[in-house]
Design a binder for this molecule. Structure first.
Ligand SMILES: [Zn+2]
Length: 388
């Protein structure tokens, strides 16, 4: 499976072979035409795909919220739990209290699990400190982890929530984000994009506008958590700013979908969080009809989706969201890379990174079809097999 945009569908090459030279794909084609290589690996007819791309995670945090999982199972809603002091705010304390080394160790353990599931490129958002210095610290920790790991880590600054201690000075807090935090993040190159949680209980559309305009002015790409609970009308703003992605979109109207389609903004589906919070399914059929590219991501976070494995999300995308197998695969490869502004990643074409997964099955549908079983046989990053 090449996911080559110049081939149809998933770009399947039957009985194919791939050559990697100096970490980069140098040739793809039929096995009987493969070029000479110093070292050859026989995949024995199994499915070979690009390394998976998880384009939406909150993988840097301390503590867990298993208590909230239990409360939801008993019928309490996410917003009820959040108003009672749970939710994102419950992760701020443990994250702020953890040392850099502790945060990196916790994150590395999650990234190892993601790698075991075939994820070779992974986005990580800040957002569990919510002070200027604390958010910079989280992004610096991601930068440190990135230097230690082979996986490609893509850092995002996330304006996640107004923290409880700033509820009476919310305008000043928003101003700190766009006047202080964003310029520092851009100057230190600590993130490639800025994301805002624009929803009921988080940032208003006016606040989102101020933050994302500042991000754009600082030369950073923009993204949005939008319409998870309520559509605050952010789609025209995201389209105007050429946003890479609009994530969640359980709630989005037809006009909003048309804006995303026109701008080429990727709609990121987060089925694990959607199922766990018992939210309505996003309008996949309408997004498809409008030609909006769709990605599928884990939303790995301690509250609504404590999951590192994209295979499980692929199962939920195909079953609960009624995405096709092809859409789901493109959603964790090429389209996910597009949501991160990465070209070449998520494909196996000449010049792309040599990030490859060999699966213990022979056809694409088996990965979501056999959910819960890790079918990953081997993972290569830049042509080098990873120990898992
Ligand atoms: Zn999220």
């Amino acid at each position: 499976m090449t996911c080559d945009p110049s081939r149809s569908g998933l770009g399947i090459v039957d009985r194919g072979a791939i050559a990697i030279d100096a970490g980069v794909v140098s040739w793809v084609g039929p096995n009987d035409q493969r070029p000479h290589a110093d070292r050859e690996i026989d995949a024995r007819g199994r499915l070979v795909t690009p390394g998976l791309v998880d384009c939406h995670t909150h993988a840097i945090f301390a503590g867990d919220r298993a208590n909230e999982f239990g409360m939801r199972a008993e019928g309490r809603t996410y917003l009820e739990i959040a108003k009672a002091g749970g939710g994102i705010n419950a992760t701020l304390g443990p994250t702020r209290a953890a040392s850099d080394d502790e945060l990196i160790a916790l994150m590395n353990a999650r990234l190892d699990l993601a790698l075991a599931g075939g994820t070779t490129t992974i986005e990580i958002k800040s957002g569990y400190d919510l002070t200027v210095d604390g958010e910079l610290r989280l992004l610096r920790c991601i930068q440190r982890a990135s230097a230690m790991r082979n996986q490609r880590l893509v850092p995002t600054l996330l304006a996640h929530l107004i923290p409880p201690e700033r509820r009476d000075s919310r305008d000043a807090f928003v101003a700190e984000i766009h006047e202080q935090l964003i310029p520092k993040v851009a100057a230190e190159r600590l993130a490639t994009s800025v994301d805002v949680y624009c929803d009921e209980g988080a940032f208003t559309l006016a606040e989102t506008t101020a933050i994302l305009r500042a991000a754009k002015a600082a030369g950073l790409a923009v993204r949005g958590h939008v319409g998870q609970f309520k559509d605050l009308g952010a789609a025209p703003l995201l389209a105007e700013l050429g946003a890479l992605s609009a994530d969640h979109v359980e709630q989005i109207d037809d006009a909003g979908i048309a804006h995303l389609a026109k701008a080429g903004t990727v709609a990121v589906m987060l089925p694990g969080a959607c199922v766990q919070l018992r939210l309505p399914v996003p309008p996949v059929g309408k997004l498809r009809a409008a030609g909006v590219p769709m990605a599928v991501a884990s939303d790995m976070n301690p509250g609504s989706s404590n999951c590192e494995t994209l295979g499980v999300q692929m199962w939920l995308a195909t079953t609960h969201f009624a995405m096709t197998v092809e859409e789901t695969w493109l959603g964790v490869t090429r389209h996910a890379a597009r949501a991160l502004g990465l070209s070449g990643v998520g494909t196996l074409v000449k010049g792309a990174p040599g990030d490859v997964v060999v699966w213990n099955c022979d056809e694409p549908a088996h990965v979501p079809y056999r959910y819960g079983t890790n079918l990953v046989g081997a993972v290569f990053i830049a042509g080098v097999e990873q120990s898992r």
